[in-house]
Ligand binder design. Structure first.
Ligand code: ATP
Ligand code: MG
Length: 655
C-alpha cells in the first residue's frame, strides 16, 4: 500500500481495493443504445444547451425564458416556463394515441393483480384531482400520503401534482410519531392513507397510526382512506372519507392548469439516519427533465418494448423518480409490487421477472446480498432471459455482490448500472451508461452527461487518479433540491458550507487509476486507523469477496493503540453453514491479503442479521455503540430493533 504523504493521512481516504474485472457493453445493446459517446460530447460542448434539449422531452404549455438562474446556492431552472407534471406523465401519452399502453402491471403480495393502462390511470387521476378540490385542497397546499404499494398511491401523487398541491409521501412502515413530525413540519392539510396493506403474508394496518398522529393535530382537515385489506377501522365522521365514495363518484374530466417550472412538486423527508429529518423540496420542470433523461439514458429504456421494474418502495425517492415520474414521463410500462421478496417464497422476485418478462430491473444492494445469502439455486429455478439491464441503488455495491447479480440474475449477459444519487439530488448523478461503459464491479464510474461531479480533498482540490476524498458537485443540476422545507439556513449549512461554492453530499469517494469514481459510503462512517482514513465499504467488500460471506458491516471502534480498531460483523452464506473452525482467522487473513495489513479487522463477529434502516441501509452507528460497549442510540428507524439484542448478546463470546 502506498505511503500517505505526511499531514494528509488524517484527511484523505486511503485507496485500498483493487478490481481488475471489466464487463464491456453487449454488442447488440451498444449498437442500439439510447445514450452514446456522443451524448457525453454534446453535454460537454454546451451543458446548458444540452439540458434544454432534454427539457424538450416534456410538453410545456409555455417555453422557458431562461435555462438557469443561479444565485448560489439557490438555483432556478427553466424560468418562465409552465407545464403540468400529471399531463406530462399521462394525458399527453393518451392524446398521442398510446392510451391503451399498460402503465403498471401491479402485483399484490397475496397474488392479486391489476393491469392499468395510461388511459385508465389518466381517468383515475382526474377523478382524484376533483375529489381533492372538493375536500378543500388548493394549489400550494401540502398533502401527506401514507400508503402501501398500491396503484392509488401513484394516483394520489399525480392528483396532487395535477392541481398544484405538494405531496409529501411518508413510508408506510414509519410510526405514528414519525408521521406526526412530518405532518407538523410540512403543515399538511389532508392525509391520504389506506386501511392497511399486505406485508410478510398478512394484512398490516395503516389507519390506526394515522388516527393517532391526527388526533391532536386539528390542522388535518380530512383523511382520505383507500380500502385495501378490508380490515376494521375506527372512523371519525366529518374528518374521514372513503376513497371509493369520494373519488369514486367524481367526473373523469379535469382541465389541468399549467404550473410554473419552479412550482413545488413534492417534499420528501430523508430517512433520518442522522438528525431531525430534512424536508427535501423538489420542483417541477427541472426535476422532470432529469428524471426523464436519466431513466431513458441510464436504463436504455425503449418504451415500446421494455418492461421496467424498480423494486423499491414509493416512500423513498427511488420510488418517486423511478417508479412514478421517470417511467411515466417516458411512457414506459412498469411493474409495481406490493410486498416482500420472500413472501410466499424466496423466489418471489424472480417469479415476477418471469411472469411479466421484465427487461430492466432496479434494486438495492441490501436485497442483492440477501439473495446471495439465500443461494443461487433460487433464481436458477426461473426463466429470466428477458432481462437486459440491471441497476443498483442505495449503498455502494460490493464488487462480489455486483458479479453475483450479473451472473445469477443477469445470466452473465446484462450490464449492471451502479447509480449514485440521493434524495437531495432528485435523480441519478453518477452511473455507467449501459451501451457505452465497460462496467467495473463496485464502481459508479462517471458523472452522467450534463453533471459536473468531482472527487476532492480536504482543500477542495480535485484528487489525482488513484486518490481519495469526497464527492462534490461543481455545477447546479436540473433536479437538485431547491432547499430544506422551511429552513434555508440548514440548507446552506448542510450542503454548501463544507467547501466554498461546491455541493457536498456527505459521501466519501475515490478516483481510480483510470479516473473512474467509486463511492465509499458516508463520511461519518470513515475509520481512522493508525493515521489512515479507511472506508468501511472497502473492508466490507473484501469480506464479502470471501466465498463464505454474504454480507458484512464494518465500524471503527476506539482503540488505545491505533486510534480506531476495525470491528466487523458478518452474515454467512447459506452454503457456508456455521463457517467452521478457524473462520475468524481465515476472514482476518483474507482482508489482510486483499487490502493490506492495515485493514485487518481487530475483531470479527458472525451474526444472523444486521441492523438496517427501513430503506435497507446498514446502521453502522448502532454497531459502533455495540463495539464500544455503549448504550444503544436511537433505534426507532430500524426495521427490527430485536436485531440489536441478538447482536449485543453475541458480544462477550466473540471477544
Ligand atoms: P439521511 O440523509 O437522512 O441520513 P440517506 O442518506 O440514507 O438518509 P437517501 O437520500 O435515500 O437517504 O440516500 C442517499 C445516500 O445513499 C447517498 O448519500 C449515499 O450515501 C448512498 N447511496 C445511494 N446510492 C449509492 C450508490 N450507488 N453507491 C454508493 N452509495 C450510494
Ligand atoms: Mg443522506
Amino acid at each position: 500500500m502506498a505511503e500517505t504523504p505526511q499531514g494528509q493521512g488524517h484527511e484523505t481516504l486511503s485507496n485500498l481495493l483493487q478490481e481488475s474485472r471489466r464487463f464491456p457493453p453487449p454488442a447488440d445493446l451498444a449498437a442500439h443504445a439510447n445514450a452514446t459517446a456522443g451524448t457525453y460530447e454534446a453535454a460537454d460542448t454546451d451543458r446548458l444547451g444540452f439540458w434544454e434539449e432534454q427539457a424538450r422531452r416534456l410538453t410545456w404549455d409555455r417555453p422557458w425564458d431562461t435555462v438557469l438562474e443561479w444565485n448560489p446556492p439557490f438555483a432556478k431552472w427553466f424560468t418562465g416556463g409552465t407545464l403540468n407534471a400529471a399531463v406530462n406523465c399521462l394525458d399527453r401519452h393518451v392524446e398521442a394515441g398510446r392510451g391503451d399502453r399498460v402503465a403498471y402491471y401491479w402485483e399484490g403480495e397475496p397474488g392479486d393483480t391489476r393491469t392499468i393502462t395510461y388511459a385508465q390511470l389518466t381517468d383515475e387521476v382526474c377523478k382524484a384531482s376533483n375529489a381533492l378540490i372538493e375536500l378543500g385542497v388548493a394549489k400550494g397546499d401540502r398533502v401527506a400520503i401514507y400508503m402501501p404499494m398500491i396503484p392509488e398511491t401513484v394516483v394520489a401523487m399525480l392528483a396532487c401534482a395535477r392541481i398544484g398541491a405538494v405531496h409529501m409521501v411518508v413510508f408506510g412502515g414509519f410510526s405514528a410519531d414519525a408521521l406526526g413530525t412530518r405532518l407538523d413540519d410540512s403543515e399538511a392539510k389532508v392525509v391520504i392513507t389506506a386501511d392497511g396493506g399486505y406485508r410478510r403474508g398478512k394484512a398490516s394496518s395503516l389507519k390506526p397510526a394515522v388516527d393517532e398522529a391526527v388526533a391532536d393535530r386539528p390542522a388535518i382537515e380530512h383523511v382520505l382512506v383507500v380500502r385495501r385489506t378490508g380490515q376494521a377501522v375506527d372512523w371519525t365522521d366529518g374528518r374521514d372519507v372513503w376513497w371509493h365514495d369520494t373519488v369514486g363518484r367524481q367526473s373523469t374530466e379535469h382541465a389541468a392548469e399549467a404550473h410554473d417550472a419552479e412550482h413545488p412538486l413534492y417534499i420528501m423527508y430523508t430517512s433520518g439516519t442522522t438528525a431531525k429529518p430534512k424536508g427535501i423540496l423538489h420542483t417541477t420542470g427541472g426535476y422532470l427533465t432529469q428524471v426523464a433523461f436519466t431513466h431513458w439514458a441510464v436504463f436504455d429504456l425503449k418504451p415500446e418494448t421494455d418492461i421496467f421494474w424498480t423494486a423499491a418502495d414509493i416512500g423513498w425517492v427511488t420510488g418517486h423518480s423511478y417508479i412514478v415520474y421517470g417511467p411515466l414521463c417516458n411512457g414506459a410500462t412498469s411493474v409495481m409490487y406490493e410486498g416482500t421478496p420472500d413472501t410466499p417464497h424466496k423466489g418471489r422476485f424472480w417469479e415476477i421477472v418471469e411472469k411479466y418478462r421484465v427487461s430492466i430491473a432496479y434494486m438495492a444492494p441490501t436485497a442483492i446480498r440477501t439473495f446471495m445469502k439465500w443461494g443461487e439455486d433460487i433464481p436458477a429455478g426461473f426463466d429470466m432471459s428477458s432481462l437486459r439491464v440491471l441497476g443498483s441503488v442505495g449503498e455502494p455495491i460490493n464488487p462480489e455482490a455486483y458479479t453475483w447479480y450479473r451472473k445469477n440474475i443477469g445470466g452473465d449477459r446484462t450490464p449492471v448500472v451502479d447509480t449514485w444519487w440521493q434524495t437531495e439530488t432528485g435523480a441519478i448523478m453518477v452511473s455507467p451508461l449501459p451501451g457505452v461503459t465497460a462496467g467495473k464491479p463496485g464502481a459508479a464510474m462517471r458523472p452522467i452527461p450534463g453533471i459536473v461531479a468531482d472527487v476532492v480533498d480536504e482543500e477542495a482540490k480535485s484528487v489525482p487518479d488513484g486518490g481519495g476524498g469526497f464527492i462534490v458537485v461543481r455545477e447546479p443540476w436540473p433536479s437538485m433540491l431547491r432547499g430544506i422545507w422551511g429552513d434555508p439556513q440548514r440548507y446552506q449549512d448542510t450542503y454548501w458550507s463544507r467547501f466554498e461554492g461546491l455541493y457536498f453530499p456527505g459521501d466519501g469517494a475515490k478516483r481510480d487509476e483510470d479516473g473512474d469514481i467509486w463511492l465509499l459510503g458516508r463520511v461519518d462512517d470513515v475509520m481512522l486507523v493508525s493515521g489512515h482514513n479507511i472506508s468501511t465499504t472497502e473492508v466490507e467488500s473484501a469480506l464479502v469477496s470471501h466465498p463464505k460471506v454474504a454480507e458484512a458491516a464494518v465500524v471503527g471502534a476506539s482503540d488505545p493503540v491505533t486510534g480506531q480498531g476495525i470491528v466487523a460483523f458478518v452474515i454467512l452464506r447459506g452454503e457456508a453453514g456455521d463457517g467452521g473452525d478457524g473462520l475468524v482467522k481465515e476472514l482476518r487473513d483474507h482482508v489482510s491479503a486483499s487490502l493490506g495489513p492495515i485493514a485487518k479487522p481487530r475483531q470479527i463477529m458472525v451474526v444472523p442479521e444486521l441492523p438496517k434502516t427501513r430503506s435497507g441501509k446498514i446502521m453502522r452507528r448502532l454497531l459502533r455503540d455495540v463495539a464500544e460497549n455503549r448504550r444503544l442510540g436511537d433505534v426507532t428507524t430500524l426495521t427490527d430493533s430485536a436485531v440489536m439484542d441478538v447482536i449485543a448478546a453475541k458480544l462477550p463470546e466473540a471477544k
